[in-house]
Design a protein around this ligand. Structure first.
Ligand code: SAH
Ligand code: SF4
Length: 431
């Protein structure tokens, strides 16, 4: 989401004549986009500001800006205590970045952190390098108010971007040779624009270019509709991969988190999705990933065991796993953060170990099977190999051979660990 926001800011700046550099010593302006979701994300920003302070000593005219969720949250502190910061811009005020930079050039500090009920940047063309996969924010903000989460406070009310403007952008991406779009929102299932819901949007996007893969994230378990599951089943280029955060296996904790579903509902939903997508699309079925928080206030060993049980029952393909981090303004901030750091860490490592074991076992069952993958990039570890993904979002490493980035190809898996599948060659598919 932050990458997508950065591309919007770059789109705004590009249209006012700014050029981009990756070399900080060449820059007149340096902007850092921030996340406030957990304390750790915030801590990292202070480290970066230290670097910028050093740069500013060498180039006193350098303008430094902090963008995003932290800007919104810590505006006073950042301007007063972090003298290095010249401008602070929250997630709904990116149109003002050029004006604030101009002011900063003449020595005026600027803050723009108002949240909007309507801003979706629908007319801004994000600045993207050519590539294979693009992010598109289809909605902004969140109205769910999970008690641990700062997003409704830092990103404001939920609003959806007009369907037509999303389709226009997907069309442009297809013409530029992109092969995949990722539709983004904190809770894409509550997308609503006039009479169009998220299933309508997904359907319309999938029809733009049948050779373009369509992915989306994040789905809230309360709102994933039958219509949406059917839409995924009936359109081959909508990927069979669902990120469905469970957060905890204990109904008591889920209620304290205000997640608005029970574990029984969650398990039924997963079962239903599997039933429909397995029979309709067959191989490679459907994969699920999730988010889990360990050590939410009052979490007991028994609650924790319930989380492990749910993981064993669902057998998620992957998970993002976090220690609970108390955030100011949220309802849980007022609860006592009573699970000790030591216990949180112990539970988190049990969760991580179990997930690794499950991912490993699932991936072992894929050895010998053939999948269609989209080649996305060079492998991070060796330029003799490519990295591609299955429809179900599994990473596959394959030798380059005659293949090119952007090709679809068939691969037979001959080795796997918990995070990656390996194939010895790929056969290009003409589409
Ligand atoms: N809108 C998405 C989540 C966005 S935040 C959803 O509802 O699923 C991504 C993940 O960060 C959350 O799913 C949650 O697992 C984690 N998270 C959010 N706030 C947190 C906090 N205060 N402490 C620890 N993890 C948190
Ligand atoms: Fe945060 Fe809950 Fe909204 Fe996700 S749904 S962004 S966790 S408040």
């Amino acid at each position: 989401m932050n990458l997508a926001d950065t591309e919007i800011v770059q789109g705004v700046l590009n249209s006012t004549g700014y050029k981009f550099t990756n070399d900080i010593s060449q820059a007149d302006v340096v902007l850092v986009n921030t996340c406030a979701i957990r304390e750790h994300a915030e801590e990292r920003i202070y480290g970066r500001l230290g670097e910028f302070r050093h740069q500013k000593k060498q180039n006193p005219n350098l303008v430094v800006g902090v963008l995003g969720c932290m800007a919104e949250r810590l505006r006073k502190q950042l301007i007063e205590e972090e003298k290095v910061v010249d401008l602070i811009v929250g997630p709904d005020e990116y149109r003002r970045v050029p004006e604030l930079i101009e002011n900063a050039f003449v020595g005026e500090k600027g803050i723009a952190v108002r949240l909007s009920k309507t801003e979706t940047y629908d007319d801004i063309i994000p600045y993207r390098e050519d590539g294979i996969s693009a992010w598109i924010s289809v909605m902004r903000g969140c109205d769910k108010f999970c008690t641990f989460c700062v997003v409704p406070f830092t990103r404001g009310r939920e609003r959806s971007r007009p369907l037509e403007s999303i389709i226009d952008e997907v069309r442009l991406l297809s013409e530029r040779g992109f092969k995949e779009v990722n539709l983004l929102g904190q809770n894409v299932n509550s997308y609503q624009e006039g009479s169009f819901d998220f299933a309508d949007l997904l359907y319309a996007v999938s029809k733009v270019d049948k050779n373009m893969r369509v992915r989306f994230t994040t789905s809230h378990p309360q709102d994933l509709s039958d219509k949406l599951i059917q839409t995924i089943a009936e359109n081959d280029n909508i990927c069979n991969y669902i990120h469905l955060p469970v957060q905890s296996g204990s109904n008591r904790i889920l209620q304290l988190m205000n997640r608005t579903y029970t574990i029984e509902h969650f398990l039924n939903l997963v079962g239903e999705v599997r039933r429909i997508l397995w029979t309709r699309k067959q191989i490679p079925g459907v994969s699920f990933s999730t988010d889990i928080i360990s050590g939410f206030p009052t979490e007991t060993e028994e609650d924790h065991q319930m989380t492990l049980e749910v993981m064993k029952e669902v057998r998620f393909d992957g998970a993002f796993m976090f220690k609970y981090s108390a955030r100011e303004n949220t309802k849980a901030w007022g609860m006592s953060d009573d699970v000790s750091e030591e216990v949180k860490s112990k539970r988190l490592s049990e969760i991580i170990d179990l997930q690794q074991k499950i991912s490993y076992e699932i991936n072992q069952t894929l050895i010998g099977k053939t999948f269609e993958i989209l080649i996305e990039d060079l492998s991070k570890k060796s330029t003799d190999f490519y990295m591609g993904r299955t429809d179900t979002n599994k990473i596959v490493i394959v030798p380059k051979g005659e293949l090119q980035i952007g090709d679809y190809c068939l691969v037979k898996i001959d080795r796997a660990n918990s995070a990656t599948l390996f194939a010895s060659d790929g056969i290009k598919i003409e589409k």
